[in-house]
Design a protein around this ligand. Structure first.
Ligand code: ADP
Ligand code: MG
Ligand code: MG
Length: 254
């Protein structure tokens, strides 16, 4: 089953061309890592998938489960099963984490034509999910992300993912301050939630994250395109040799 298909995607921001013909196919059961030097367009790609309004799509196609993703509103994408962590508001004072999660969960049920979950059943469900991220239940009573540490935000992101069980999770590890504990939280969550029915795209320039997550494919992105694709061993080679050789070997194509 093809979950995501990206063909010749081009996009601009403020009139600058950033994505320059990106191709990617993601099937059910796969974990893809996208690596690449700073400024290569990795975050732009994830924001385009999320439907961020600052990015203009100038060409190409993206389908999610056979539907045109680019024609869907950001919220529809999420309801249909695309999970993008940064799509969620960073801090919402006065809204408890528990309330936020319940609203998000019920919105998904409604979208599927199902009834809202009973409050007590939701408490049971959330307890189960808390174990995935080894999170303290007191966490649920706090305002969403208010005063959360970097590690706690990560944990919360994975909790949202565990609860919503997306078909496609896209995690952009933009936070260069991600410490080893936060890396492990992300890795454990991704590993536990990956199944034959879903897929994960992990965007990172930290090879060390891939010490904990075994990707099926490693892609190297540079200058707005995916220049090279390999298996997990490619990540090790990149750690050793850097990115320049990939760009040089593919220079005719850039
Ligand atoms: P990466 O995540 O691979 O480091 P980005 O997608 O963040 O790369 O950035 C790719 C390029 O697009 C960079 O040159 C960056 O400066 C530019 N860019 C990204 N977002 C914007 C924006 N909102 N306005 C202007 N330029 C941007
Ligand atoms: Mg960057
Ligand atoms: Mg980035």
């Amino acid at each position: 089953q093809i979950i995501l298909s990206v063909r010749d995607l081009t996009a601009t921001v403020d009139g600058n061309s950033i994505l320059k013909g990106l191709n990617l196919e993601v099937k059910a059961g796969e974990v893809h890592a996208i690596m690449g030097p700073n400024g290569s367009g990795k975050s732009t790609f994830s924001k385009v998938l999320a439907g961020h309004p600052a990015y203009e799509i100038t060409g190409g196609e993206v389908t999610f489960l056979g539907q045109s993703l680019l024609e869907m509103e950001p919220e529809e994408r999420s309801l249909a099963g695309v999970f993008l962590a940064f799509q969620y508001p960073l801090e919402i004072p006065g809204v408890s984490n528990l309330d936020f999660l319940r609203v998000a969960y019920n919105a998904r049920l409604k979208h599927q034509g199902l009834e809202e979950i009973d409050t007590f059943d939701f408490e049971d469900l959330i307890q189960e999910k808390l174990e995935v991220v080894k999170m303290n239940p007191s966490f649920l009573e706090r305002s969403l992300n208010e005063g959360f540490s970097g590690g706690e935000k990560k944990r919360n992101e994975i909790l949202q993912m565990a609860l919503l069980e997306p078909k496609l999770a896209i995690l952009d590890e933009t936070d260069s301050g991600l410490d080893i504990d936060a890396l492990k939280i992300v890795a454990d969550g991704v590993n536990q939630l990956a199944s034959p029915d879903n897929a994960t795209i992990l965007i990172t320039h930290y090879q060390r994250l891939l010490n904990y997550i075994e990707p099926d494919f490693v892609h190297v992105m540079a200058a707005g395109r995916i220049l090279m694709t390999g298996g997990k061993e490619l990540a090790l080679e990149l750690e050793e040799r850097g990115y320049d050789w990939v760009v040089e070997e593919n220079v005719a194509e850039v």
